[in-house]
Design a protein around this ligand. Structure first.
Ligand code: UDX
Length: 440
């Protein structure tokens, strides 16, 4: 099938390559010419394990191409929209990119000769967006489907090709809904053939599924981080606690890793946009729980500063602190709303000399430059002469550091395990004062 993908950011680029991988003829379109030229050359503009292979293979086969020219969407049977919805200062989602993508696409609709032409929204949007946009597409004789995306960074290709579920938000008109479903089923046929559950629902529910899923994950993380603070005060151990409560299948183990909290391009912005939209709908109070989750999350960052002050009782001023990790999570070079970067900034503002390192994000950080932060190429370089090491992103390169070697490089042997991912016994055995997050 001929497919266009409008918006080639994280979601769009991975989706375009994945659709080509399952046999479609795909054109990726984005206004960012730099990004387009990298993608067209088969080069990933961001770090994502496995993505570049899929991208370059499909570009080379001719099934996948990229352009900044929106008229290339003309004649495609399916147009995916996957542009960003960043956070505005008020917390609400910025809909500028979605609206301009729709404006740009509209004149090129209605030229498909192969069958029913549909537009498929994948961006994370405030509830009500699909209904608003559908009116415009209806006028152009095209049906809109809202099909949220649940991919995680670091597993983006796998999550696209082997999703937990597929959600189709459909118009009320059953005839149009069925016709559009048939087209989207054809697009996803190889994925659906694996038996993945495909759920159909109205637009508003589909939009809310996405933000509710991310909000629930955020709540889970903030819950365990709140408990971690109580564990710290009570001398208890949150990792044992999480293991014990997680054995209850109703709770489960995943997303109960206490630490410095969540960041990235989705969870923080989605919980804020969800609250902003609920407030517009007059139900703001119903989501006060998310405001609290956000506060707990941000507090986890300053908890690290408090711990650093406790550890370095002669003060942070002039102390050298090695920050291990800048990305918001491992296997990513994404530093959007990264707790690691904020902690580095808080320590620098408190007078510490901060040396930060990250296997993937480090090069980007060095190029951008960040006031008050020394960017080091390796963990050894960051640790050399440090008075304190803080693990902020649980890259395997960092969790496997030999504490004896770290001790030999550092001036003083203090470590804060911001991700509860180090072998506390081994670090203590090497002479370290160790502090985890809610971990004795
Ligand atoms: C998230 C959702 O998981 C995904 O389904 C959605 O499509 C986009 O948003 P992502 O932002 O890639 O994906 O990261 P995720 O793996 O969910 O982690 C988010 C943050 O939570 C990271 O900063 C991570 O370090 C943190 N986290 C996660 C914890 O602090 N503890 C945990 O137990 C799990």
């Amino acid at each position: 099938m001929r497919i266009s993908m409008i918006g080639c950011g994280y979601l769009g680029a991975v989706h375009a390559a994945s659709m080509a991988e399952i046999g479609h003829d795909v054109v990726g379109i984005d206004v960012d010419e730099h990004r387009i030229s990298a993608l067209a050359a088969g080069r990933a503009p961001f770090f994502e394990p496995g993505f570049e292979e899929v991208l370059s293979r499909n570009v080379a086969s001719g099934r996948l191409r990229f352009t900044a020219d929106i008229s290339a969407a003309e004649g495609s049977q399916v147009h995916f929209i996957g542009v960003g919805t960043p956070q505005t200062p008020s917390g609400a989602a910025d809909m500028t990119y979605v609206d301009s993508a729709v404006d740009a696409l509209e004149p090129h609709l209605g030229r498909c000769v192969e069958g029913e032409e549909i537009v498929v929204g994948k961006s994370t949007v405030p509830v009500g967006t699909a209904a608003r946009l559908a009116e415009r597409f209806d006028a152009a004789g095209t049906t809109l489907v809202w099909n949220p995306e649940f991919l995680r960074e670091g597993f983006a290709v796998k999550d696209t090709l082997e999703p937990d579920r597929m959600v189709y938000g459909l118009p009320a008109d059953t005839f149009r809904a069925e016709a559009a479903t048939a087209v989207l089923d054809e697009v996803y046929a190889p994925i659906l053939a694996t038996g993945v559950k495909r759920l159909t629902m109205d637009y508003a529910t589909a939009e809310l599924v996405k933000v509710s899923a991310n909000s629930f994950l955020a709540l889970k993380i903030s819950f365990i981080n709140a408990v971690a603070q109580v564990c710290d005060a009570a001398g208890a151990d949150v990792t044992s606690l999480a293991e014990a409560i997680g054995l209850d299948a109703r709770i489960g183990h995943r997303f109960l890793r206490a630490g410095i909290g969540f960041g990235g391009g989705c969870l923080p912005k989605d919980i804020r946009a969800f609250q902003a939209r609920a407030a517009e709908l007059g139900t703001g109070e119903a989501l006060d729980i998310l405001a609290e989750a956000d506060r707990v999350n941000l507090r986890a960052r300053s908890v690290v500063l408090d711990k650093a002050r406790q550890m370095l009782d002669d003060g942070l001023d002039g102390a050298r602190v090695a920050i291990l990790g800048a990305a918001f999570k491992p296997d990513s070079d994404d530093m959007r709303d990264s707790p690691a970067l904020e902690i580095a900034g808080l320590l620098a503002a408190a007078g510490a000399r901060v040396a930060i390192t990250d296997p993937q994000a480090g090069a980007i950080l060095a190029e951008q430059g960040r006031e008050g932060l020394e960017v080091c190429e390796t963990a050894d370089e960051a640790l050399r002469g440090a008075d304190l090491a803080v693990l902020t992103t649980e890259w395997r390169q960092f969790t496997s550091i030999d504490p004896v070697r770290a001790a030999s490089l550092m001036r003083r042997t203090n470590v804060i395990d911001g991700r509860n991912s180090l072998d506390a016994g081994a670090w203590k055995g090497a002479g370290f004062s160790y502090m985890g997050m809610g971990r004795r």
